[in-house]
Design a protein around this ligand. Structure first.
Ligand SMILES: [Zn+2]
Ligand SMILES: [Zn+2]
Length: 258
């Protein structure tokens, strides 16, 4: 039985209407839904360009969403959490820290989405690189994930092996990478999530992958639920799948104290 999904998007970034996402969570039988819209907080020109190219404005609109969440809370019999998913890069730590202090979300999710300021989903960009360079980028990816956890800026570290979605970056992750992340999580307040963002799509696996999850379990790392849904349909389809996964493993998803 899944009670909470802490990772869903709304039209305040790249998801559907807030109300539709909340309705879907209700329909899926959840007692809590976390709306964690994408937010890029960086003073670096390259990331400001990325933010502007994608069209993310949540750093400017989070107060509007907050008032909308407050109104929805009066209508729906479900907890609606006012959360955020922030792109992490070590160079942006001070800016992120200042923003989080000012915006005061109920919790924050941290994500490594970019390498060389390019989204790791961008297949042809990485496919053109020689294998040694791609291996080095995967090293850099996991270094960033460890940095994210060690920064203590976030309650949740999202989709720990996002690079696996990109065929050009597959096959470079090692047990040593997994252990470095597991050790960081073990010493941190930050927990991770079972991310269902691609479970019913082409990739067909959770993040973290099964072998990564085995290692996290060795370290007793807490895992919460993140469907990473951008549409109501995705949320409704993914929840039973996630419930089955926890049942199979015989573990309970961790609930945040928010
Ligand atoms: Zn993400
Ligand atoms: Zn997300």
């Amino acid at each position: 039985m899944i009670d909470h999904d802490y990772h869903a998007h709304s039209m305040y970034s790249d998801g559907r209407l807030l109300r539709q996402m909340v309705e879907a969570a209700s329909e899926a039988g959840l007692s809590g839904i976390g709306i964690s819209d994408h937010c890029i907080i960086s003073e670096r020109d390259a990331m400001i360009e990325v933010r502007n190219d994608i069209g993310f404005t949540f750093d400017l609109t989070y107060e509007r969403r907050r008032s909308a969440i407050e109104r929805l809370r009066e209508t729906y019999d479900i907890e609606i959490y006012d959360a955020v998913e922030i792109d992490y890069d070590p160079r942006d730590e001070d800016a992120i820290d200042a923003f989080l202090g000012e915006a005061n979300f109920q919790y924050a999710i941290g994500s490594v989405h970019n390498l060389e300021n390019v989204n790791v989903h961008y297949e042809s960009y990485f496919a053109e690189k020689p294998e040694t360079e791609r291996a080095a980028l995967v090293d850099e990816y996991f270094e960033k994930v460890v940095g994210l956890v060690d920064s203590e800026l976030f309650e949740i570290a999202a989709h720990l092996d996002l690079i696996e979605r990109n065929p050009a970056l597959q096959g470079f992750a090692t047990e040593s990478h997994y252990r470095q992340v597991a050790e960081a999580l073990e010493r941190s307040r930050t927990i991770t999530e079972l991310n269902a963002g691609r479970i019913l799509d082409d990739y067909g696996e959770y993040h973290p992958s099964p072998s990564f999850l085995d290692i996290l379990q060795e370290y007793n790392v807490s895992v919460t639920v993140g469907t990473d849904s951008h549409t109501p349909e995705a949320l409704i389809d993914r929840i039973p799948h996630v419930a089955g996964w926890f049942e199979e493993r015989g573990i309970e998803p961790t609930e945040l104290s928010v």
